[in-house]
Design a protein around this ligand. Structure first.
Ligand code: PHE
Length: 464
């Protein structure tokens, strides 16, 4: 394609754009609910250990491959080694799948934001509101289309104009707001029908305290798998996006610094979102509620928190606007990856690629949306459509892509391809030894274990 390739304006532009992709629904919606489901502290420890080891390795690898080859994901792997061309195509599948259900969740956020704007939001704090909304036929689809249309509009205008500008003001705003709400959550207190008083500080203990008492190998594996899938999803790694972003990065940019900053950004937002949501869920629905409430956690709990605040409606609007924008910057990055691959592969214009992407997303997004209500009886491997797409992309495809990337870099192309790229400007790579051992041995072995256990659990050899 002859269209000019976008470049980030500098190191900070790159970090912000990458953080814009990484920080989104994954941090604010997915992280707290997985953390609550897996019993707080233990999940936190496992997740943090994975960020520092796995996350660092995968993110560095993706970005370095992009910058080294100056190609997007579709071509980058084949450029490194012609036998690994297939990995480009495999990688392309991941954002294509994620796009279809990400816009459904983006639609839910849009709906909440709009409801806060037109009312005082008290209706949102009713227990049944979330369920009755997501099970309805048309409304979630309409909001999904709205979210999709906005994403497409920004992508149509091109990368640098769209993403960089957006992220510059969203990220700091989002962090400050979440911090404020998190502090407020800790001051909450609630007396239930039995007269039991639960406070935010007790909830904090549920969030942070690792409960090893009922720890079994099976439970630990379950936590490990959840944390792993969360890491892929949250950091936007192993799906070609960071490879493509890496290819837009200037040679003078420090990769080590950028990787650290992106990881810190992403993890801090997720941890703060946990502070904001998990103690509040405990206050309103007790420890059992914390474990049982699942995917609706943020949507059900936060409106209750806002209801307790003075000026809660304004905070509700602000919060959902910022989460909406964070989700938008992520979905822009997902669509950008798909669109630029289409343009490259088929030599078609940006406009046509965006159009094709919208059509596919609508066709596949509708089942994800209806799967909560009208089509709830249709199950794939026991899961509704949205959960199934989430599962296939985060727990199957991404580990496979990551495994292939580790073998390509660790064994076929050589870890030097990446470490030399990192040290290109004469920089030191502090964790070089860790990188070499991880990419060659530890990461592939762990990924194989994870893939095998996951498939065995899925096909009923044991339950997790
Ligand atoms: N990382 C984004 C989030 O946390 C989601 C995302 C997934 C973005 C895949 C790009 C690619 O919400």
């Amino acid at each position: 394609m002859k269209e000019k390739k976008s470049n980030f304006s500098g190191s900070i532009g790159f970090v912000l754009a990458a953080a814009g992709s990484a920080v989104g629904v994954g941090n604010i919606w997915r992280f707290p609910y997985l953390c609550a489901k897996d019993g707080g502290g233990l999940f936190l420890i496992v997740y943090l250990a994975l960020v520092l080891s796995f996350g660092f390795v995968l993110l560095t690898t993706d970005i370095a491959i992009g910058r080294h080859t100056k190609q997007n994901a579709l071509k980058a792997f084949g450029t490194l080694n012609s036998k690994w061309k297939f990995l480009g195509y495999l990688t392309f599948l991941v954002p294509a799948l994620i796009m279809t259900y990400y816009s459904v969740i983006g639609g839910w956020i849009t709906k909440y934001f709009c409801t806060y704007v037109v009312s005082d939001g008290s209706i949102l704090s009713q227990d049944s509101y979330f369920t009755s909304f997501i099970t309805s036929k048309f409304s979630p689809i309409v909001f999904m289309l709205l979210f999709l249309a906005l994403t497409a509009w920004v992508v149509y205008r091109g990368v640098e104009k769209g993403i960089e500008k957006f992220s510059r003001f969203i990220m700091p705003g989002l962090i400050l707001l979440i911090l404020g709400i998190a502090i407020f959550s800790l001051t909450l207190s609630y007396t239930d029908a039995n007269g039991t008083v639960r406070t935010g500080l007790q909830g904090l203990k549920v969030y942070l305290y690792p409960d090893f008492s009922s720890l079994t190998v099976k439970r630990f594996l379950g936590v490990l798998l959840d944390a792993m899938s969360q890491l892929f999803f949250s950091l936007s790694v192993s799906m070609g996006i960071m490879v493509t972003y890496g290819s837009y990065t200037k040679n003078e940019t420090s990769l080590t610094k950028s990787v650290n900053q992106i990881e810190i950004f992403d993890t801090v937002v997720a941890l703060l979102a946990g502070f904001m949501v998990v103690p509040a869920v405990y206050v309103f629905s007790g420890e059992a509620g914390t474990k049982a409430s699942g995917a609706g956690l943020m949507f059900v709990t936060l409106p209750k928190v806002f209801e307790q605040m003075r000026g809660g409606t304004i905070i509700g609007i602000l919060f959902f606007v910022l989460v909406f924008l964070a989700a938008l910057t992520s979905s822009i990055s997902i669509m950008e990856a798909i669109v630029s691959s289409f343009m490259d592969r088929f030599g078609i214009s940006r406009k046509k690629s965006v159009a094709i992407c919208i059509i596919i997303s609508i066709i596949m997004g509708i089942p994800s949306s209806l799967g909560n209500g009208a089509w709830a009886h249709i199950k794939i491997l026991g899961m509704d459509f949205l959960t199934f797409f989430d599962y296939i992309s985060n727990s199957v495809l991404m580990p496979i892509v990551a495994l292939c990337t580790c073998i390509l870099i660790g064994w076929a192309a050589g870890a030097k391809t990446v470490t030399d790229e990192v040290k290109r400007n004469g920089e030191k790579m502090n964790r070089e030894k860790l990188y070499n051992v991880m990419i060659k041995y530890i990461a592939p072995v762990m990924l194989v274990i994870i893939l095998i256990t996951y498939s065995m659990a899925q096909f009923g050899f044991f339950t997790m």
